[in-house]
Write a protein that binds this ligand. Structure first.
Ligand code: GDP
Ligand code: MG
Length: 609
């Protein structure tokens, strides 16, 4: 049984060493699950005195004002023989045998964390006392509850102290040692007030009544000690500590304990309660109670530890491993990440992930619609045809067919196709850019590396820009090609106007009749429709060839050659991680270490039993 308290002591120290003071850093906390005894009470209620009586040593800082400004986790270890000594966790190599030096070190270590300006801090000081005269017990001394700030303390100190004390007494595993002075009405006790709030049934509250010797003559505390004034599940324990005069006279602790014992044995008021009064009895009761609480909690602590290990390991996996330090490994990592991105990007294009279908949408819907909307009706209106044909003819009307007029009408109509051709190129470009953005976001492995993400996005966008330019040139060239050499066959197949009249002379009478111009218009229109159909089919081919296929094939080629030329330090910057994420990984890894250590400790004790 004895090693159970030792077990909790070891885990508590590991908690402080690895930064688990409970609280709210969004990590599972083991500290909060560990049973311990917290000493609470108003200022000067006798908390320090009670602790010293239990230890049988005089080692706590004394003075006016708020002396205890950091929690003191006091771990008592019973040893079989040898002389007493004390050890601080923050000074692992030093054994203190002089207890006034312990007092000084508590003060100095408090100041180290809080500064001299009487601030408070929730980071505990761990002190272990090894002695044949102690019982195994862990007690936490907390700052006394106050009502007003004094001597240059910030106004907030009253609330700060209460919040810190609450941090401890709120935990369902904390045993509350509530210290109240007997020379004050129990109804006004700060300790009882707080304990009642956090532990209304009184299950984990132990009431301690100090200063019995200071009560007014003719009054006694039997009503409180027998549980009538304020009922708790555990019986009240009265103590008589050293008075200030005793402290000044350096009355030693053993003598004080003996005097306390005599006090109860000889007091007519308390004689009947004497066997369950006094500091020594209090220490023994607490030790026994703490052990039984720990024993009852071990299975749930162990399962909590295992569950937290699972959770932390899962999170660590998601966060990924820390990055290698040598340049070769870094380059390898970068290329792996690029490939991961490239895979996602290709899935978007080839299907498997959505988005690639939008390119087909551009070809199948947007582009044909844009072609249909071209204003050929206006261009080939009777009026316009007449104007262009007559301008082309010049002073002499054409004889048979208006060769020049046809050419001008067709060439000027063909320029209309440049707009939709460029629009397809741009539309596909924007789809590809959006897919790059999406793929960057969806590449799980990249999440950690904002710098690499940004550079990859920039490189891919630049490459897409280059493909767009190439594609634009090609698409426009296809339009221009249509204008530079007309399809002769088309015109050969047209019905010859000459043959219709059968008489060449009559056809030359007026070249500009409506019927004639209409026929020219409709011939040109038919030609343009043929070209439109050709381009509708061929421009998507050009766009896929120049943009989509290139994006799949060589999106990151330029980036790869650039990365290959980089030196170590430049590679490292590419792998800069989000600082928040690095912190989180470090925090998780520390916490994981704590839990694994705790699991081993618990396992060892469980097997030994
Ligand atoms: P804390 O502020 O709660 O830690 O209180 P301390 O333990 O420092 O005690 C405050 C003062 O009350 C000191 O002068 C103690 O000597 C005195 N004191 C504490 N307990 C008793 C007691 O049971 N009897 C007497 N006579 N004085 C006590
Ligand atoms: Mg004190």
């Amino acid at each position: 049984m004895e090693n159970l308290i030792g077990l909790v002591n070891r885990i508590q120290r590991a908690c402080t060493a690895l930064g688990d003071h409970g609280g709210d850093n969004a990590l599972p906390t083991l500290w909060e699950a560990l049973p311990s005894v917290a000493v609470v009470g108003g200022q000067s209620s006798g908390k320090s005195s009670v602790l010293e009586s239990i230890v049988g040593r005089d080692f706590l800082p004394r003075g006016s004002g708020i002396v205890t400004r950091r929690p003191l986790v006091l771990q008592l270890h019973k040893i079989d023989e040898g002389s007493e000594y004390a050890e601080f966790m923050h000074l692992p190599k030093r054994r203190f045998t002089d207890f006034s030096a312990v007092r000084k070190e508590i003060q100095d270590e408090t100041d180290r964390m809080t500064g001299k300006n009487k601030q408070i801090s929730p980071v505990p000081i761990h002190l272990s006392i090894y002695s044949p005269h102690v019982v195994n017990l862990t007690l936490i001394d907390l700052p006394g509850l106050t009502k007003v700030a004094v001597e240059g303390q910030p106004e907030s100190i009253v609330a700060d102290i209460e919040n810190m004390v609450r941090l401890y007494v709120d935990k369902p595993n904390t045993i509350i040692l509530a210290i109240s002075p007997a020379n004050q009405d129990i109804a006004t006790s700060d300790a009882i007030k707080l304990a009642r709030e956090v532990d209304p049934t009184g299950e984990r509250t132990w009431g301690v009544l100090t200063k019995l010797d200071l009560m007014d003559k003719g009054t006694n505390a039997v009503d409180v000690l027998e549980g009538r004034a304020y009922h708790l599940k555990h019986p009240w324990i009265g103590v008589v500590n050293r008075s200030q005069a005793d402290i000044n006279k350096n009355v030693d602790m053993i003598a004080a304990r003996n005097r306390e014992r005599e006090y109860f044995n000889n007091s007519p008021d308390y004689k009947h309660l004497a066997p369950r009064m006094g500091s020594e009895y209090l220490g023994k009761m607490l030790s026994k109670h703490l052990e039984s609480v720990i024993k009852a909690r071990i299975p749930s602590i162990l399962s909590m530890v295992n569950k937290s290990i699972d959770e932390l390991e899962t999170e660590m996996n998601q966060l990924g491993r820390p990055i290698a330090v040598d340049a070769g490994a870094q380059l390898y990592t970068i290329l792996e990440l690029c490939r991961a991105f490239d895979r996602v990007f290709k899935e978007h294009l080839d299907g498997g992930r959505p988005g690639g279908d939008r390119i087909y949408g551009v070809f199948d819907i947007q582009f044909p619609a844009a072609l249909r909307k071209l204003p050929f009706d206006r261009h080939l209106s009777l009026q316009n045809v007449r104007r262009i044909v007559s301008e082309a003819d010049g002073y002499q009307p054409h004889l048979i067919a208006p060769e020049q007029g046809y050419r001008r009408l067709i060439e000027s109509a063909l320029t209309f196709f440049r707009g939709p051709a460029e629009a397809v190129v741009d539309a596909v470009h924007f789809v590809l850019r959006e897919l790059v953005r999406k793929s960057i976001n969806e590449t799980q492995e990249l999440k950690r590396f904002p710098t690499l993400q940004a550079e990859l996005t920039a490189a891919a966008t630049e490459a897409l820009e280059k493909f767009r330019e190439e594609s634009r040139k090609t698409a426009l060239r296809m339009v221009d090609m249509e204008a530079s050499y007309l399809t002769v066959d088309f015109f050969r197949k047209l019905p010859q106007e000459l043959d219709k009249g059968g008489n060449p002379s009559s056809t030359t009478i007026d070249r500009y009749t409506e019927g004639h111009l209409k026929r020219i218009g409709s011939n040109v229109s038919a030609y343009i429709n043929m070209v439109s159909e050709t381009l509708r089919i061929s421009i998507p081919k050009a766009v896929v060839h120049c943009q989509v296929r290139e994006a799949k094939r060589s999106l990151l080629d330029h980036f790869y050659t650039q990365v290959g030329k980089r030196e170590g330090a430049q590679l490292a910057t590419l792998l800069d991680e989000d600082p928040a994420l690095m912190e989180r990984r470090a925090a998780c890894s520390k916490r994981l270490e704590l839990y694994k250590q705790a699991r081993d400790e618990i396992d060892a004790v469980a097997w030994a039993r």
